[in-house]
Design a binder for this molecule. Structure first.
Ligand code: SF4
Ligand code: SF4
Length: 378
C-alpha cells in the first residue's frame, strides 16, 4: 500500500468513527511556536496549566524518537442549546462555557484516537503511535494549524472553515509516513472584533494571550480572584466564550454532530443558589462528567458567589451570610463578603460587621473591611 492509499484509508475510517476533521503534518519541530512560547515565558503570560518543557512542546521527536507524522483531529461541538433557561430576578443562573457543555471532551477524543491507533496498527503492525488531548505535551493548536485543520485566529482559537472555532482538538504522533496537508491561510485580515470585545484585554496583540488576564483561565483558579476581575467575571462559572461569540467566522455555526456533546441546560446554566449547597459527593455526581469539573467544586462555587454579587441578588443574602460565617474555606468566606458588599444595604453591612467579630483569617478580614467601605472596591 502506498502512503497516499494509507492516508485515504485513515481518512475514510476517521469519518466512520465520528471524527469531523482530520489533517496530517510532518513530525518536524515547531520552530516559530518555540519562539512564541519563549516570548510568552519572558512576558510571564503562561497560565501554569501547560507543559513547562518548551522543547517537549515543540519537538515531536522528543516524545516519539522515530516519529514521521502527526495526525490532528477535530470534533465539532454545539454553540446553541435548545430552550436555554432564563436567568431571572430572584432566580439567578450562572453559565458554563460551550467547551464544557457536554461530556468531557478529553475522554471522547481519547476514545476516537485510540480507535484510530488500533486501525493504523492493523494496517501497519510495526507502527508506534502516541495520542494526546489538551493536557499532552504538544500544543494542539500549532499541530492543527500546520495540519490544515484551520487557521489560528487573533482570538488564539483554531478556526475551521466548516465548524468555526467550536471544535475540540487532539493529535497523534506516529512513526508511519503519511503525506502532509497544506495549512489553511489565515483570514482574520483587518478584523479585530475579538481583541476589542475581550473584557479584560487578555488578547495582547492578535494571536498572543496573556493567560493571567484571561477569564477562561481565571475561572479555573482556586484562590481569591483579584478584585479587578470579579465584576468582569459576570455570571461565568467556567470558561469564557466572548472572543469566540463575536467572531464573524462563527456566525450561524452550531454543530450538533455528537450525542455526547449535547448540553443539559439545567446543568450548564444552573441556578446559582442550589449550586452553593452541593456537597462534594453531589457535585461529583452532577458535574463529574463535564470538562469544567476538573478543578473540583471550589472554583465553581467561588465563581457562583461572585455571580450573585454581580447580580446584586438580594434573595441570596441569607445564604451568603451563612457562607461568610460558616464555610470552612477562607476563599468562599472572603468572596461572600465581597458579594454582600456589592449589595451594600443596611442588612448586608450589619451581617458583615457581625462576621468581623468572629473571623480570624487575615485575608477574609481584609475582604470584610473592603466590603464595609461605603463604595465597595471593584
Ligand atoms: Fe478574553 Fe474571554 Fe477570550 Fe479570554 S476567553 S481572551 S477573557 S474574551
Ligand atoms: Fe479573527 Fe475577527 Fe475572528 Fe478575531 S473575531 S479571530 S480577528 S476573524
Amino acid at each position: 500500500m502506498t502512503a497516499a492509499q494509507l492516508k485515504e484509508k485513515i481518512i475514510a475510517y476517521s469519518k466512520d468513527i465520528g471524527i469531523d476533521k482530520i489533517g496530517f503534518t510532518s513530525a518536524d519541530p515547531f520552530l516559530s511556536l518555540k519562539d512564541r512560547l519563549l516570548e510568552q515565558q519572558r512576558l510571564q503570560y503562561q497560565s501554569g496549566f501547560e507543559e513547562n518543557d518548551i522543547e517537549k512542546r515543540t519537538t515531536p521527536k522528543k516524545l516519539v524518537p522515530e516519529a514521521k507524522t502527526i495526525i490532528s483531529i477535530a470534533l465539532a461541538y454545539p454553540s446553541k442549546m435548545k430552550n436555554p433557561p432564563k436567568s431571572r430576578k430572584g432566580e439567578r443562573r450562572g453559565v458554563f462555557c460551550r467547551a464544557s457543555w457536554g461530556e468531557d471532551y478529553h475522554r471522547v477524543l481519547k476514545n476516537r484516537l485510540q480507535k484510530l491507533e488500533a486501525y493504523i496498527q492493523e494496517l501497519v503492525p510495526e507502527a508506534k503511535c502516541q495520542s494526546m488531548v489538551d493536557t499532552g505535551e504538544l500544543a494542539d493548536r500549532a499541530v492543527a494549524e500546520r495540519a490544515g485543520i484551520g487557521w489560528s485566529g487573533k482570538n488564539c482559537a483554531i478556526i475551521t472553515p466548516e465548524f468555526g472555532s467550536y471544535v475540540y482538538l487532539g493529535e497523534m504522533i506516529t512513526t508511519v509516513s503519511i503525506p502532509a496537508d497544506t495549512p489553511v491561510t489565515e483570514q482574520c485580515g483587518t478584523c479585530n472584533k475579538c481583541v476589542d470585545a475581550c473584557p479584560t484585554g487578555a488578547l495582547v496583540q492578535g494571536g498572543q494571550l496573556d493567560s493571567n488576564k484571561c477569564i477562561a483561565y481565571l475561572t479555573q483558579t482556586k484562590d481569591f480572584l483579584p478584585k479587578r476581575y470579579r465584576k468582569k467575571l459576570g455570571n461565568r462559572l467556567y470558561g469564557c466564550d466572548t472572543c469566540q461569540q463575536v467572531c464573524p467566522e462563527n456566525k450561524g455555526v452550531d454543530s450538533h454532530r455528537h450525542e455526547e456533546f449535547e448540553p443539559d441546560p439545567e446543568l450548564v446554566k444552573p441556578k446559582l443558589m442550589p449550586l452553593l449547597e452541593l456537597s462534594n459527593k453531589e457535585f461529583k455526581q452532577k458535574y463529574g462528567r463535564l470538562a469544567g469539573s476538573w478543578r473540583g467544586k471550589k472554583p465553581i462555587q467561588r465563581n457562583a458567589v461572585i455571580a450573585l454579587g454581580h447580580f446584586k441578588a438580594e434573595e441570596s443574602i441569607e445564604l451568603l451570610s451563612r457562607l461568610l460565617t460558616n464555610d470552612p474555606r477562607p476563599v468562599i468566606r472572603g468572596t461572600a463578603a465581597w458579594s454582600l458588599g456589592q449589595m451594600n444595604t443596611a442588612d448586608t453591612q450589619k451581617l458583615l460587621e457581625q462576621a468581623k467579630q468572629s473571623e480570624t483569617d487575615e485575608k477574609v478580614l481584609e475582604e470584610i473591611d473592603d466590603a464595609l467601605l461605603p463604595f465597595p472596591l471593584h
